[in-house]
Design a protein around this ligand. Structure first.
Ligand SMILES: CC(=O)SCCNC(=O)CCNC(=O)[C@H](O)C(C)(C)COP(=O)(O)OP(=O)(O)OC[C@H]1O[C@@H](n2cnc3c(N)ncnc32)[C@H](O)[C@@H]1OP(=O)(O)O
Ligand SMILES: O=C([O-])CC(=O)C(=O)O
Length: 383
């Protein structure tokens, strides 16, 4: 597909630029942010520290982190125009559509880009990272017919997000689990949404408009939208005792199992391992384990069955377990992909800031396969 015409369909294997933000080591199932493994960051770091690391390219000192946290915390309130866009959305709209519009509205008062003023671009990114979390919480509460919870400047990014979503302060354990989930989703080299952000930003479009484009790309079920679809699949299966038969049928009919497969990983996605570890601890404290049990059987059956065939590279990806974790935190499935964006906005921003240091517009070539000498026919002569 594509290769016979001399191009790589879906740009598979094509190196489109250089980056030092993150690297996916697909054969080894390893992911690093600026050289550090996500397992180590998940154990020792915080989302805020990782965002700083990602944007500035070095770990912050204590003072730098304090200053950075203050800036993030004091940018949480949404501008009135963004609130108005959220308020105008129908309650039936998918939150990713509302989020894309809300982030585009952050561009209403954004200054044109000055590539040379990296400092201003980073501060702008911090504002968008901060406000995007508030937008996701407000959009969710509108959908549920609840009033907005104003952001709190005393809380971390994860705590404050859960607080704005649920209207109650999360316990320390849940806030930390959520913080680690944010770390794990922060960046993933040239995935589709990051690439979209880069393409738009390469035209020197505003940061908010580039990020708005990335949100559109993330919303699709083949990308970030898969986390919502995994839970839809689990709910459709109905109960753990139906899961094995459901998977066998999916394999037999060549149906896609959401949360499985990846363009780059040829083994288990390392984020799926960390998420599963946290999920198992959390599920042990809950009485309703049915979603987890259903997905555990889907997972094991997929690995058992596909391991027997040549398709042994179809392993679970990050979207397989994240939704079950969020469901145990009383989060609606429809909010899972927006939550992915709450984290990934830092990766999108870091890529744009990095790219703008040596920018060139993305403009690949196409293999034209249409006619070259067709004639215009008057409308009355067309059949
Ligand atoms: C955050 C993220 O974006 S992680 C990815 C989230 N997306 C999903 O979970 C959706 C399900 N997965 C998929 O659709 C794909 O695996 C993608 C989009 C992630 C990767 O796509 P590609 O790299 O283009 O792989 P492609 O779709 O060509 O798959 C290769 C083969 O594996 C099969 N395959 C891939 N994923 C799956 C799956 N989830 N279930 C069953 N079969 C699969 C394909 O049917 C194809 O088989 P074929 O060679 O017989 O035609
Ligand atoms: O890298 C990809 O293609 C998709 C992915 O896992 C991510 O964006 O986190």
């Amino acid at each position: 597909m594509g290769e016979d015409l001399g191009f790589s369909k879906g740009l598979a294997g094509v190196v489109a630029d250089a980056t030092s933000v993150s690297q996916v080591q697909g054969e080894d199932g390893r992911l690093i942010y600026r050289g550090i493994s996500i397992e180590e960051l998940a154990e020792k770091s915080t989302y805020e520290e990782c965002v700083y690391f990602s944007l500035y390219g070095k770990m912050p000192t204590k003072n730098q982190l304090t200053k950075f946290n203050t800036e993030l915390r004091h940018n949480r309130v949404l501008p009135k125009a963004v609130e108005a866009v959220i308020a105008a959305a129908p309650r039936s709209a998918h939150p990713m559509a509302v989020l894309q519009a809300a982030v585009a509205a952050m561009g209403f008062d954004e200054q044109p880009v000055n590539l040379k003023n990296e400092d201003a671009n980073i501060h702008n990114a911090i504002k968008i990272i901060s406000q995007l979390a508030t937008a996701v919480a407000h959009i969710s509460r509108d959908r549920r017919g609840l009033s907005h919870i104003p952001p709190n400047t005393e809380m971390s990014h994860a705590e404050n997000f859960l607080y704005m979503l649920h209207g109650k302060v999360p316990n320390k354990e849940e806030a930390r689990i959520f913080d680690v989930a944010l770390i794990l989703h922060l960046d993933h080299d040239f995935n589709a949404s990051t690439f979209s952000a880069r393409v738009v930003a390469s035209t020197e479009a505003k940061l908010s408009l580039s990020i708005s484009a990335a949100i559109g790309a993330l919303s699709g079920p083949l990308h970030g939208g898969a986390n919502e679809k995994v839970l839809e699949m689990a709910d459709g299966i109905g109960a753990p005792e139906h899961a094995k038969e459901w998977v066998l049928n999916a394999i037999a009919t060549k149906a896609k199992v959401m949360g499985f497969g990846h363009r780059v990983y040829r083994t288990m996605d390392p984020r799926a391992k960390v998420l599963r570890g946290m999920l198992e601890k959390l599920v042990a404290t809950k009485s309703d384990k049915s979603t987890y049990e259903t997905l555990r059987i889907v997972h094991d059956t997929m690995i058992e069955e596909l391991g027997k065939t040549s398709k042994d590279y179809i392993w679970p990806n990050v979207d397989f377990w994240s939704g079950s974790l969020y469901r145990l935190m009383d989060i609606d499935s429809i909010d899972f992909t927006p939550i992915f964006a709450v984290s990934r906005v830092a990766g999108w921003s870091s890529h744009i800031i990095e790219m703008w240091r040596d920018n060139r517009i993305y403009r690949p070539s196409a293999k034209y396969v249409g006619p070259t000498d067709a004639k215009y026919q008057d409308i009355k002569n067309r059949k």
